[in-house]
Design a binder for this molecule. Structure first.
Ligand code: BGC
Length: 265
């Protein structure tokens, strides 16, 4: 299996279903995805992320999750498994490990998981997966130009999609803004930790997004992650040149995008 596709348009027509898995700091979510519609067959299932966060422990949980998904939906054969992780992923190799064990760094996670799970696996960055899902099935569909998808969660994930093609590993959560790493101030968890109300939080987001807009001039900004459910509270307070809209796939974007990347690879 080749590396992940960076194009939103190239899912092979024979592939009806794919398995998508999104590895987060607290939960590992997975679903069998109908590749035509981008919707989960039988819902999204989740298991707790092992507290140690090691590759080995996570691989065991993935194995269990895939077994559960396949026994729940026996009629839907899904050969390709996509796994989204909160790391820079360069040709299958993890180059960082936000909220995971440091043992991930430098490992060819894709080769390791193929061996462990005994099937084709495609490993991608979680925000890249979510971004591609929005561009293929969600509010980013058929949008041309420079589309920036940001996921606001434990950290800030970002995906840059230019005319439907992903520029992988665009780590904009790690930009320094006002002397701080952006995700330490403007992620959803940073808001909770600092006890900010929506007005205060919108101010922080404004500062961050103004900087991002100055650097990259996106034509459209899509905000995802769990916090996009409350987008009415902060999006109307933002003032940017580009339109800023909430993501439409909400919490399943990473799962859907992982399946999409695997199907296209
Ligand atoms: C990581 C990214 C990830 C994002 C969201 C950041 O801390 O560096 O790779 O996409 O969190 O999980």
């Amino acid at each position: 299996m080749a590396g992940p596709s960076t194009d939103t348009t190239d899912v092979p027509s024979g592939l009806d279903f794919g398995i998508g898995i999104d590895v987060g700091g607290t939960w590992i979510k997975g679903a069998i995805i109908n590749m035509g519609s981008g919707t989960p067959v039988g819902g999204v299932r989740r298991l707790r992320t092992p507290a140690c966060g090691t590759v080995d422990a996570v691989a065991n949980t993935l194995d269990q999750l895939i077994d559960e998904l396949e026994s729940e939906s026996p009629g839907h054969s899904a050969p390709a498994v996509g796994v989204a992780i909160p790391s820079i992923v360069q040709h299958g190799v993890a180059r960082s490990a936000a909220n995971m064990d440091a043992g991930w760094i430098g490992l060819d996670v894709q080769a390791y998981l193929r061996e462990r799970l005994g099937r084709p696996v495609c490993v991608v960055n979680d925000a890249d997966a979510a971004g591609m899902a929005e561009a293929h099935y969600g509010v980013g569909k058929d949008k041309h130009g420079v589309v920036l998808v940001l996921t606001l969660g434990t950290g800030i994930g970002s995906a840059l999609i230019v005319d439907g093609k992903l520029v992988p590993n665009f780590e904009l959560g790690h930009l320094e803004v006002g002397g701080h790493k952006a995700e330490s101030r403007a992620s959803a968890v940073a808001r909770e930790n600092a006890g900010l109300n929506w007005i205060e939080y919108a101010d922080r987001l404004q500062q961050y997004l103004s900087h991002v807009e100055f650097l990259f001039s996106p034509d459209l900004i899509i905000i995802g992650g769990g916090i996009s459910e409350c987008s009415n509270e902060y999006l109307p307070r933002l003032s940017l040149r580009a339109p800023v809209i909430p993501a439409s796939l909400e919490n399943s974007a990473g799962v859907v995008g992982a399946a999409l990347q695997a199907a296209a690879a």
